[in-house]
Design a binder for this molecule. Structure first.
Ligand code: AMP
Length: 287
C-alpha cells in the first residue's frame, strides 16, 4: 500500500492508472476507521483493480461550534487497517493542500440539504459536496462506495453526481452495527460508558417504528412519537426525528399509496445528542 499526501501526486497516479485501463474504486472517509468503513472497502475491493481510500477530516463541513478539533484521529491504526483490508493507495492530504489560500469555489446542493442534518448543521452539506467534488477530481474513480449510515449524505451526493454529470457510479453499503444494534461511528468513542449503553436507543427507536409500520401503522406522528418515547427514557436529547419521502427528503405523511397497493418508501431519520457526541441513524420504511 502506498500513502500519498498531496492532491497533485494522487491525481497523477490516478491519471496513469486510468490510461492503463485500470478500474479505480474509491472509499472516502474521515478516518478513525471501524468495521463500517472496512465493510465499504471490502465491497469496493471485489469490484476494482485499484482500491483508493482517503482519510481527510474536512474542516469545511464542520460548523464553528462543532467537533472539528475533537474529531477522533489515529493514523497509525488506520494505516494498518487499510493495509489489511487491501487498500492499494491511501490518500491522506493536509487541509492546507486541499484548500489553497483564497479557495473560493463551493458546491451547494439546493434542495435535499436544507432538512434533517442540514437544518441542524448549516453549511455542512456545502462542505461535503465541495470536498467530495474535489476528491473525485483528484482520485478519478470509476465508482465510489458510501455508507447508508449517512442517509442524507448518500442522497445529496447521488443528486450532485447526477446534476453535475460527474462520471462516477455511487455504490452504497449497509450500516454496520455493534452487537447491541448501535450503528458504528467514529464519534461513539466520545460517549461515556453510561451513554454508550444508552446510545442503543436510536436503533431501538427505529426498530419500534419499523415494527409498528409492519403492523400497519401509517401515521407519521404516531411513528415519530413512538421513537421519541424510546429516546426520552435516556439522557439523550432529540435533535430531530423525521419521516420524509425517501427521494425528495420532504416531510411527508408517510407511506401513502402511490399506485394501488404500492407504498412509496419513506426514510425515518433521527439525530440524538449525548454530552459526548451527536449520533445519527436511519431506516427505510417500505412494504
Ligand atoms: P466518515 O468517516 O464517518 O465520514 O464515513 C465515511 C464513510 O463510511 C461514509 O460513506 C459513511 O456513510 C460510511 N460509514 C460510517 N459509518 C458506517 C457504518 N456504521 N456502516 C457503514 N458505513 C458507514
Amino acid at each position: 500500500m502506498k500513502i500519498i499526501t498531496t492532491p497533485a501526486e494522487m491525481q497523477a497516479a490516478a491519471q496513469t492508472l486510468r490510461r492503463e485501463g485500470k478500474t479505480i474504486g474509491f472509499v472516502p472517509t474521515m478516518g478513525f476507521l471501524h468495521e463500517g468503513h472496512l465493510s465499504l472497502m471490502r465491497l469496493a475491493r471485489g469490484r476494482c483493480d485499484v482500491l483508493v481510500a482517503s482519510i481527510f477530516v474536512n474542516p469545511t463541513q464542520f460548523g464553528p461550534n462543532e467537533d472539528l478539533d475533537a474529531y477522533p484521529r489515529d493514523f497509525d491504526s488506520d494505516e494498518a487497517l487499510c493495509r489489511e483490508t487491501g487498500v492499494d493507495l491511501l490518500f491522506y492530504p493536509t487541509p492546507e493542500t486541499m484548500y489553497l489560500e483564497g479557495h473560493s469555489i463551493w458546491v451547494d446542493e439546493d434542495s435535499l440539504s436544507g432538512m434533517l442534518c442540514g437544518a441542524a448543521r448549516p453549511g455542512h452539506f456545502r462542505g461535503v459536496c465541495t470536498v467530495v467534488t474535489k476528491l473525485l477530481n483528484i482520485v478519478l474513480p470509476d465508482f465510489m462506495v458510501l455508507g447508508e449510515k449517512d442517509a442524507q449524505q448518500l442522497r445529496v451526493l447521488r443528486r450532485m453526481v447526477r446534476d453535475l454529470n460527474i462520471p462516477v457510479d455511487i455504490v452504497s453499503g449497509p450500516t454496520v452495527r455493534e452487537a447491541d444494534g448501535l450503528a458504528m461511528s467514529s464519534r461513539n468513542k466520545h460517549l461515556s460508558p453510561e451513554e454508550r449503553a444508552e446510545a442503543v436507543c436510536l436503533f431501538q427507536g427505529l426498530e419500534k417504528a419499523k415494527s409498528l409500520f409492519a403492523a400497519g401503522e401509517r401515521d407519521a406522528a404516531v411513528l415519530k412519537a413512538a421513537v421519541r418515547e424510546v429516546i426520552e427514557k435516556t439522557s439523550g436529547t432529540v435533535d430531530y426525528i423525521e419521516i420524509v419521502d425517501d427521494e425528495s427528503l420532504q416531510n411527508f405523511q408517510p407511506l401513502e399509496t402511490r399506485h394501488a397497493g404500492d407504498v412509496k418508501p419513506s426514510l425515518i431519520a433521527l439525530a440524538v445528542k449525548f454530552s459526548g457526541a451527536r449520533l445519527i441513524d436511519n431506516a427505510v420504511l417500505s412494504k
